[in-house]
Write a protein that binds this ligand. Sequence first.
Ligand code: L34
Length: 248
Amino acid sequence: MILVGEDPASKVYVNNKKKACEYIGINSYEYLLPAETSQEELISLIEKLNNDERVSGILCQLPVPDHIDDQAIINAIAPEKDVDAFHPVNVGKIMTGNFDFVPCTPAGVMELINESGIDVCGKDCVVVGRSNIVGKPMAMLLLHRSGTVTICHSKTRELAEITRKADILVAAVGIPEFIKGDMIKPGAVVIDVGINRIAPKKLVGDVEFEAAEKIAGAITPVPGGVGPMTIAMLMKNTVKAAQINAQK
Ligand code: L34
C-alpha cells in the first residue's frame, strides 16, 4: 500500500486495510510518502514492487496530490498486481465480463446484494455517479447480472423521476445526504457508497438515511456499510492475485 501525503481520511482507510490484512494473515507493507514526492519517484517505487516476487498486490491510495497524474500511476502498476482493478487492462476486462479483479467498492456492493438474496435480473437499477472507481464499473457489474441499468450524474435532468423508478438505487455522488426520501421508490434496495465527513466525528452518506430507511425495503448505513465491504473485497482480490502470480 502506498499513501502519498497526509490526507486524514486516506490514513484511516489505509489503516483499516492494514488491520484487515493482519486479521486474515496477509503480510502488508505500507509506503507512507511525503506530499512532495515526485511522480517519477512514485513510479520508480511501483516498478520496484512490480518486479518484487514477494509482492502479490500493489495499491496506491487515491487521491494523490495534484502534481501527480493519477492515471500515470495506475498505468504503472502491473495489471496482474492491480488489486484495485483500476489499470486499463483490468477495466477493459470488466467491460467484457471476463475479469480477474473487480474494483473493490462495486464488488462490495454486489456482495451485499447477493448475500441479501436480492435478484438483479430484470430489475431497474439506477447508479447516481459516473466515476471510474465506482459509478462506471458498478453499472457494468449490474448489467452483467441482467439489470436494466441507468447511470445518472450532475447534468442529469429530472433526477428524482429517474431515481423513483429504481428497484436498486446506488448512490455514489459524494454529496452529503443528496438522495432524499422522496427520491426513493417504496420497497427499493438503497445502497449508499458515499462517505462524507460533515464534522470531526460525524460521517454521513449520500443518502438521507433517516427518511430513506422508512421508505426503502433494504438500505446500507454509513459508516458500517459499503466501506468495510470495500476492504473485504480488497482482501479477496489480493488472495486471487497471489494465486495468479504463483502460477507464473
Ligand atoms: N486506490 N484508493 C484506492 N483504492 C480504493 O479502494 C480506495 N477507496 C476509496 C478512496 N480511495 C481509494 C477506499 O479504500 C474509498 N475507500 C474506503 C475504504 C474504507 C473505508 C472507506 C472508504 C472505511 O473503512 N469506511 C468505514 C469508516 C471509516 C471512517 O471512520 O472514516 C465505514 O464504516 O464506512
